[in-house]
Ligand binder design. Sequence first.
Ligand code: 13P
Ligand code: SF4
Length: 311
Amino acid sequence: NLTGVDLRAEIDRLRKERNAVILAHYYQDPQIQDLADFVGDSLDLSKKAAETDADVIAFCGVRFMAETAKILSPEKTVILPDMDAGCSLEDSCPPEQFRRFREENPDHIALTYINCSAEVKALSDIIVTSSSVENILNQLPKDQKIIFAPDRHLGGYFNRVTGRDMLLWPGACIVHEAFSEKELLKLKAEHPDAPVAAHPECPPHILDHADHVGSTSSILSYVLGSPSDKVIVATEANILHQMEKAAPHKTFIGAPGADGNCNCNMCPFMAMNTMEKLYIALRDLEPRIELPEDVRVAAKRSLDRMLDMAS
Ligand code: 13P
Ligand code: SF4
């Protein structure tokens, strides 16, 4: 029973005692973002996890992100407040089916979005994030045949941007698929001066109305740099916290779902991490990420390619 426990103070005490670094994604609860040592997008977080000299990485994000930290920093203890914090993209791409898909397309390399399991990373050639994918694609020969998994919307968007014809795995993010085009158009009509910033995990009928498409960190810089004092944001709603902190005089409006409200845009997996669970994880050093060494080494190869190519 944690009633009466000052969770923030206890987390601060344990982080020192354990020599832990707390990394958080922009989709985490604002309270967790505010106490983290570092908040960032998937690429920033991978880099931080590879560089840190802490003994423990407390990863406030979803499981594939914590696995990435363990793959890059195997000597560290990596804890995730809730081991059930998965991702619909990861779920859409079971390793055995992915292996078969690769076997059916032997002349293709596999460029794989970081939102997947360690096993799928191990079966891939190069990992990408939404901030690194365009840069990496530009370094590959124009006639290179490519499989892109698991997000078909993100892959489709970068096919359109780069003129490629990557073969797309049919996965999607449940949060970004929930935005409604009809409601977005209504909102735009109400706020004609507000540009729309969207994540490439959104389907094309949303991206078609966006003034800016990019990763969470790129959306954040676009919004803060925009001369407009009102912006419509089509990605997970917790990122609005950083926007409101950095530009309190501006108005940020979350893009709506089919009911006209923006309550569709919370990631249920990210929301599984709470202050209570973070405190318990730091106290018990559990739940802990453990990976079979052969999977880790193979996954590291494809992640290191990204880190080399994206730098
Ligand atoms: P980025 O933070 O890399 O843009 O990724 C978004 C996301 O959906 C993470 O699950
Ligand atoms: Fe996965 Fe979507 Fe949640 Fe990101 S927002 S973790 S892609 S389910």
